[in-house]
Every structure is written in structure tokens, then in C-alpha cells.
Design a protein around this ligand. Structure first.
Ligand SMILES: [Mn+2]
Length: 328
């Protein structure tokens, strides 16, 4: 089965306005930022004005170099009503934090690869849940105009694909077409090695001490099906936010034999614990996150509770007891 092509209504929409606001979800990642940058570059070469918006917060190292290309706010009276709005990597303006009320009312189009729950933004929608990244959909839009990405655009598109697929490791649906699209990016001189360095290299020394600290707390529950790790508030605050990289943690824990789920509890404040859940395959951790007030996907979900660590852990283990049907 092939990925859906961009609808004709989207191509028309992209011809209609002299300029576009391009916004994506809060807590930006490589896919949202890569999609925005590539799309902005493409529209500019078609003679359009583009204003890139991002609500932040900018926590991920691989997107940090691009922060200055984005505006973090816009006042409602300054919104140019002759512009169109493009929403990327999320289906609704509600995920764009304060921009939702500022941009409301503009004619809009959505390009996204998440399963749509409820209503998407606007009437022009290009939503393809089988696409591993939004950047692939952007590439398909560019190619639908009979164009090909410039080397700079190709770099942004590759970055988004690499981060959303864990550098190809999670590529499951539409692998064949994805790799064909990627091969056209590689033909622009974009090497996987350079993108790998950008996304998964150059971590700080401190970030590895943070990782060591968390790994040392690993406890197995439910006969090793759940691996639980944590960091307490006192220790948490000794690490600057730029060093708190937890992606490599999940990679290490999810590959442990017999592991069906990973939990990482961060006591960010004395009465605020952030809980991240991951699963390597079939176990749906979003079901637990939703029960406790959060959300996410089957394999990656999370929630925030006002309980301190110990109580948050008890609450979480209770949920897993129900899920696994056994005592911890
Ligand atoms: Mn994405």
C-alpha cells in the first residue's frame, strides 16, 4: 500500500495566499522543526512570504541550532489576515499552545501523520497515519509540484525522518516507499553519518552522568516485564535541563531481554512527578497514561502527577498489576 498523495485541495491552498504562517506542536522535535524549515524554504522559493512560529520549549539538542529562525510569539493585532496558515505534525491548533487563540480564524491546512482523534483543523487536510514522519509528507508535497528538495531542504527532511524513526530502527509501516523517498534525499549529498552525528552524537559529558545516575536506580517488577527507573528532586535539580537527555535511556532499557515496558519517574518538584512510559512492541502504555490523566501513543506515553516519587510509584505499580494480571 502506498502513502496517500497530497490532495489537490492542498496544492490549491498553497497557491492561494501571498504568505503563510507555519506552526507545529509545542515541545518541538526534529520532525516538527525539520518539516517547518523545509516547507518554509520551499514556499519562499515559490515567491511566498513565510513566518515560522514555534511555542517551544526548546529542549532537544538536535533542533537547538535552528531556534533563531522561529518566532515564539505574535500579537493578535499583528496577524496578517491575507496570510494562510499551515499546521504541521499535529492535527489541531490546540497543540500549539498560545498560538491557538492568536491564529484562530485564518484559513488553514493541516499536514500530519498522527492518527486523528476527533476533528482536525480546517478543511484542507493531508493526514496519513502510515507515514513514519511528517517530513516524508512534506517531501511528497514538494515533489507533487514537480520540484525536488534543495540540499538544505533535504537535510531538514532527513533530520525529521531520522528522529521520528529512531534512526530507522522503528521504521515499520511503508518502509519500502520511505526508503525510496530517503534515497532521493541522499542523492542531494545528505549522508546518514552527518545526520546521525547531529541527532544522536555530541551529547555532553554531564548528560552521561545523568544517565548513569538514572540507570543505577533500575528495578525489575513483574518478573522483569517492567523496568522502573527514577530520579528524586534533589538530584534532578543538580542537572541543567540541557543535560537531561532521556532518549538513550529508553534505548538501553527496552532492549533488555523480557522487558515489556519501561517507566521513568522524574520528581521535578517536591509535589510534581513526570512519568514517561515506553514499550518495545505490543503493550499499550498509552492506556495507563490516559487513566492517570496523560496521553500518548501505544509505545510512548506519559503523564504528570502531583504526588511525590514514592506515592507516584505505588500508583503506577497498581496500574501495571491490573495490566499484567499479577503482583509486582
Ligand atoms: Mn512527527
Amino acid at each position: 500500500m502506498a502513502l496517500l498523495p497530497p490532495p489537490a485541495s492542498l496544492l490549491l491552498f498553497l497557491k492561494r495566499y501571498p504568505g503563510y504562517y507555519i506552526v507545529a506542536h509545542e515541545e518541538p522535535d526534529g520532525d516538527s522543526i525539520g518539516s517547518q524549515l523545509a516547507f518554509a524554504s520551499f514556499l519562499r522559493r515559490r515567491g511566498k512570504q513565510v513566518i515560522l512560529l514555534s511555542p517551544g520549549p526548546w529542549q532537544r539538542k538536535e533542533i537547538a541550532p535552528y531556534r533563531s529562525f522561529f518566532r515564539d510569539t505574535l500579537s493578535k493585532p499583528d496577524v496578517d489576515l491575507h496570510f494562510g496558515l499551515v499546521v504541521l505534525d499535529c492535527a489541531s491548533l490546540s497543540r500549539t499552545a498560545h498560538f491557538a487563540s492568536i491564529l484562530e480564524g485564518l484559513d488553514s491546512a493541516v499536514i500530519d501523520h498522527h492518527q486523528l482523534n476527533g476533528m482536525g483543523q480546517g478543511i484542507v487536510q493531508y493526514i496519513e497515519p502510515n507515514s513514519p514522519s511528517t517530513t516524508l509528507l512534506i517531501q511528497k508535497v514538494i515533489e507533487s509540484f514537480g520540484e525536488s528538495p534543495t540540499p538544505e531542504e533535504a537535510r531538514y527532511l532527513f533530520l525529521g525522518f531520522a528522529t521520528d524513526t529512531g534512526f530507522f530502527r522503528h521504521l515499520e509501516t511503508e518502509a519500502s516507499e520511505s526508503l525510496e523517498l530517503l534515497s532521493r534525499l541522499a542523492s542531494k549529498g545528505i549522508t546518514p553519518k552527518s545526520i546521525y552525528r547531529e541527532t544522536f552524537g555530541n551529547y555532553s559529558f554531564e548528560s552521561r552522568r545523568y544517565l548513569a545516575k538514572i540507570l543505577s536506580t533500575m528495578e525489575p517488577y513483574f518478573q522483569g516485564k517492567l523496568l522502573l527507573t527514577h530520579i528524586l528532586h534533589e538530584e534532578y535539580q543538580t542537572f541543567g535541563s540541557e543535560h537531561r537527555q532521556s532518549d538513550p535511556l529508553y534505548q538501553l532499557l527496552l532492549s533488555v531481554e523480557g522487558c515489556e515496558a519501561v517507566a521513568f519517574l522524574r520528581e521535578e518538584e517536591p509535589r510534581k512527578t513526570s512519568v514517561s512510559l515506553r514499550s518495545p512492541s505490543t503493550l499499550n502504555v498509552a492506556a495507563i497514561a490516559q487513566k492517570l490523566g496523560g496521553g500518548g501513543h501505544k509505545n510512548a506515553a506519559g503523564y504528570i502527577t502531583s504526588l511525590p516519587y514514592q506515592e507516584a510509584k505505588t500508583e503506577l505499580l497498581e496500574q501495571f498489576r491490573w495490566l499484567f494480571g499479577m503482583d509486582p
